[in-house]
Design a protein. Sequence first.
Length: 260
Amino acid sequence: MKFPRLLLLALLLLPPLGRAADTYQILHTYPHDPQAFTQGLIYLDGHLYESTGRSGHSTLRMDDLETGRVLQTLPLPAKYFGEGLTDWGSTLVQLTWLDHIAFVYDRFSFRQLRTLSYEGEGWGLTHNAKNLILSDGTATLRFLDPQTGKVLRKIVVKDHGRPVDQLNELEFVHGQIYANVWHTDRILRIAPNTGKVLGSIDLTGILPANETSDPEAVLNGIAWDPAHDRLFVTGKLWPKLFEIKIVPEPATPDPTRTHK
């Protein structure tokens, strides 16, 4: 979902998270193209790969982390709205929003190799060791065969038994699915086997409000560097990208326990 249709209803229906959220510490700040409507972000072999959206302006690109400079870019045909992005082997897989098609590219040349078809909308994309994992704006995450796009299984993301929808950008980090909730500053940590919300990260205030003016300039980029255990976040039309450290919320003391 890229525009504020049904936004008020979506926010009213969004269930409260059942525990205090973790917070963050900014470790490094990097420049980011303020014209990039970020829909998918990954870090691979020393570079950022990014999918940007909006019909007529969607791209696949490789960015230099330190400078934010676009090193390689491939415009999508104007009819397509670029969405989530992940890697699979030596390929990149890029979703489209409403066209039920994912493009599979050679990671090095950006040459399109083939397409994958899927039902429904395409929002976020990541992968584990066996499957692609796709979000579509609902509370359901689909696990896909990376060769055929066939749905192998689904999970419904729930917090204390209540479905959490508007799941958007995805990343697979330390065996958990990280999911940005659209139009919020919150990232959920999700158990991939059950869909249970294990916790969340509150990124409120990470980008000062005066650094964006578009109402759609919201958090929507998560990338993990597994080799160095670095976590990066950015947003649509954000002028900055951040490396962050998650600061766990202190455990709440149990009032029923006594001490000697």
